[in-house]
Design a protein around this ligand. Structure first.
Ligand SMILES: *[C@@H]1O[C@H](CO)[C@@H](O)[C@H](O)[C@H]1NC(C)=O
Ligand SMILES: *[C@@H]1O[C@H](CO)[C@@H](O)[C@H](O)[C@H]1NC(C)=O
Ligand SMILES: *[C@@H]1O[C@H](CO)[C@@H](O)[C@H](O)[C@H]1NC(C)=O
Ligand SMILES: *[C@@H]1O[C@H](CO)[C@@H](O)[C@H](O)[C@H]1NC(C)=O
Ligand SMILES: *[C@@H]1O[C@H](CO)[C@@H](O)[C@H](O)[C@H]1NC(C)=O
Ligand SMILES: *[C@@H]1O[C@H](CO)[C@@H](O)[C@H](O)[C@H]1NC(C)=O
Ligand SMILES: *[C@@H]1O[C@H](CO)[C@@H](O)[C@H](O)[C@H]1NC(C)=O
Ligand SMILES: *[C@@H]1O[C@H](CO)[C@@H](O)[C@H](O)[C@H]1NC(C)=O
Ligand SMILES: *[C@@H]1O[C@H](CO)[C@@H](O)[C@H](O)[C@H]1NC(C)=O
Ligand SMILES: *[C@@H]1O[C@H](CO)[C@@H](O)[C@H](O)[C@H]1NC(C)=O
Length: 475
């Protein structure tokens, strides 16, 4: 009798640890978007030139990537208007701006106006990359529409990347940001990736000010003033305590939750240990959001960095089931779905991971209901190698569940265990914080798995996961 009693007690204890589920809801973002951006960003190919030696960071080759994206993915997906071609660092002149100190494109490699027009004609949008601050070299120039020299708005800090930082209390700072956004609007820019935002961004050899969050506020105000649709995506590994999360949520549309995910100078895009770190950072981020309120809400999408799932194992750097797991987690998080893969070398799995209608429907759902961790067996939110997540349920009871085996911790996964080989992962409704019967389907395979009344389990190999759609069964 004793062993049975003990195990019953243990089960009772385990269930009682599961706190009630607090569904996280994401509303419209500050610049008016209800979805996370999708598309392509150039950084992976820039950081790993040996993957595609014929790629140069210029108009011709970016256009080639955009054309390949459009040619390879079903045209209907672009109707949402959420697909961006996002240029990373290197498109602009690096040490000075125009006569008003506004950033200008390097016309030896880009004509941003013609690129924007071309992308718009393909139902795509254009993103550009910038840093906070104005060029120190432009100090004597007058801010557009004013007689304020740019010098007069500086704080005295040179950030080490040719920019001087602003003193956000000075007259002229907002006008300078307005002038830059005004110029971007004339060119046809649709998204600004603002990197090196602090607190949070690592220095990376520069000399960042402790707090340039004022640049996020100023760009948001400029976008609002111009009145058009422009996204503000801020980077990297931002401070996410309540003080600063409030600022990001009030001004930006998406925010990086981790450092770069790409390999550097390698013949593949990404390493599994970095993916483990990125997922762990999202777990930490969303757990903080859940803990902060009885009715947790967000008005910003997480950015887990580029989605490297489009190319085969030798180019991507991880196995096919790991590629699916990456797509599942980026989608589950309601995160930016901007791929860094080589669009000219997509394989059949890559095309499916970037465009399967079922999965894009789930992405639409998680953009409103981002997933949170609920540990199998306890419903806690700890880092675990064998993990479960739930997004929703929405008001009609629909939920998305993810089960995963991240494989042995390669150093930055946060969970520290090293179970090898296939593992059974079982999650009860009590763990997930739901009740009743659900029809469950596997989102990637499309398989209808049947009706489940109290738990679900799967056997998952290292790096494998399942993305599940749960539809309530009316009894
Ligand atoms: C960019 O293209 C536009 C439209 O063709 C043209 O008016 C403009 O002069 C070009 N810009 C540069 C810097 O060449
Ligand atoms: C303004 O900045 C320019 C360019 O760095 C510099 O040469 C000049 O001395 C500065 N002027 C003042 C008044 O600080
Ligand atoms: C950080 O910058 C923001 C925006 O300029 C400002 O509101 C806030 O007070 C600053 N925080 C600190 C601690 O200086
Ligand atoms: C939030 O983060 C900033 C910068 O990292 C730090 O100075 C501040 O003390 C933190 N505030 C809270 C409430 O933890
Ligand atoms: C991504 O690439 C950049 C630029 O080469 C590099 O600094 C960074 O360390 C890379 N990230 C990883 C995880 O290797
Ligand atoms: C991966 O894709 C590249 C580019 O399409 C191709 O050259 C290579 O043979 C593929 N490798 C495998 C193992 O399929
Ligand atoms: C989840 O995480 C947060 C913050 O990391 C923590 O404060 C909270 O107690 C955790 N909740 C549960 C149910 O484990
Ligand atoms: C349930 O709600 C979700 C989220 O609002 C929505 O995407 C889905 O279509 C709804 N399902 C039904 C059957 O109404
Ligand atoms: C859940 O309950 C329904 C109705 O009683 C039954 O048909 C189904 O087989 C049950 N599912 C499982 C996995 O036991
Ligand atoms: C689910 O668990 C049961 C009982 O523990 C086991 O027999 C079954 O194989 C598991 N199913 C999967 C898909 O792992």
């Amino acid at each position: 009798m004793a062993p049975v009693l003990l195990s019953l007690l243990w089960v009772g204890l385990a269930v009682s640890q599961a706190t009630p589920l607090k569904v996280v809801k994401t509303g419209n973002t500050p610049n008016g978007f209800s979805n996370a951006p999708r598309g392509w960003n150039s950084f992976g190919l820039q950081a790993n030139p040996s993957i595609n030696p014929s790629f140069k960071f210029d108009q011709e080759h970016v256009t080639e990537q955009a054309d390949a994206l459009v040619a390879n993915l079903p045209s209907s997906i672009f109707d949402t208007g959420d697909y961006y071609i996002s240029l990373d660092s290197g498109w602009s002149v690096g040490a000075n701006g125009d006569e008003y100190g506004r950033i200008v494109y390097d016309s030896s490699i880009f004509n941003i106006s013609t690129l924007a027009s071309y992308l718009h004609s393909k139902n795509l949008k254009l993103g550009v990359y910038i840093l906070p601050g104005a060029f120190c070299n432009d100090g004597d120039k007058m801010i557009y529409g004013t007689n304020i020299p740019i010098n007069a708005t500086f704080s005295g800090n040179n950030d080490g990347f040719a920019r001087c930082d602003f003193d956000f209390s000075k007259d002229g700072v907002q006008q300078w940001h307005d002038s830059v956004v005004g110029l971007f609007a004339v060119w046809g820019v649709d998204l600004i990736k603002l990197d090196y935002v602090t607190p949070g961004s690592p220095d990376n050899g520069g000399h960042l000010p402790a707090n340039n969050s004022g640049s996020v506020i100023a760009y948001h105000n400029a976008i609002k003033g111009f009145g058009g649709a422009m996204r503000l995506d801020i980077s990297w590994k931002l401070e996410r305590n309540s003080t600063y999360l409030d600022i990001w949520e009030a001004n930006a549309d998406s925010m990086r939750t981790d450092q770069d995910i790409n390999n550097s100078g390698s013949s593949s895009f990404v390493a599994w240990k970095t993916v483990q770190r990125a997922i762990e950072n999202y777990r930490d981020f969303i757990s903080g959001v859940v803990a902060a309120s009885d009715q947790p809400t967000l008005t910003i999408h997480p950015d887990l960095d580029n989605l490297y799932v489009g190319n085969n194992q030798s180019i991507t750097g991880v196995s096919d089931s790991m590629r699916e797991t990456i797509a599942t987690h980026w989608i589950g998080a309601g995160a930016n779905l901007i791929s860094g893969s080589d669009m000219t070398k997509l394989d059949a799995l890559g095309i499916r991971l970037l465009s399967a209608p079922n999965a894009l429907n789930v992405a639409q759902f998680t953009a409103q209901y981002p997933m949170q961790p609920r540990n199998p067996g306890t419903g806690q939110n700890k880092s675990q190698q064998l993990q479960a997540w739930i997004a929703g349920p929405s008001d009609n009871g629909t939920a998305v569940v993810v089960l995963a085996n991240y494989g042995p911790d390669q150093g930055q996964g946060g969970f520290g265990t090293t179970y090898s080989g296939p593992q059974g992962v079982k999650v009860s409704w009590a763990d997930l914080g739901i009740q009743g019967s659900y029809h469950i389907s596997n989102v990637w395979t499309g398989a209808d798995l049947g009706v489940f009344n109290s738990s679900f389990n799967a056997t998952l190999d290292e790096g494998e996961s399942q993305l599940l759609m749960l539809t309530p069964v009316n009894t």
